[in-house]
Design a protein around this ligand. Sequence first.
Ligand SMILES: [Zn+2]
Length: 157
Amino acid sequence: MISAEEASRKPLPAPDADTVAFWRGLHDGKLLLQYCADCGHVQYYQQATCRACGRENLTHRAASGRGKVHSFSVVHRAPGPAFKGDVPYAVLLVELAEGPRMISTFTGGPPDDVTFDMDVMLTLERVNDDITLPRFQKASNEVRYQPGKLGIFSNKR
Ligand SMILES: [Zn+2]
């Protein structure tokens, strides 16, 4: 059994050996992708080996922050008490400009704004000193994401 207090808090990711650089990158304003120096494969989900060729010759590079909504779904019923204040919200499957797809959530407008193939732009939500979450908003010409220089917004939980 978890306590009511625990249930009212959102579960947060726990960085491990394979993902610590990724979380550090987000903290510094960069969404890091893994590039395989042997076969050129680009991957989002961080692991020790290349998913295409199995080798370990991976390097990190910051994503451009640009992408498109490949698919999405609007959540109306909160998965737990901690999410009550967030519904309705849109869960996105974003296809990054670099190729990999990642699951994230939409911010900066009502979920009804989301459409298939919509251009989106990365924004970062600082939750605490260890965790900064990648989220996406509608792409705009006025505001552009620049790796390491973006406006990180804070949403204390
Ligand atoms: Zn490879």
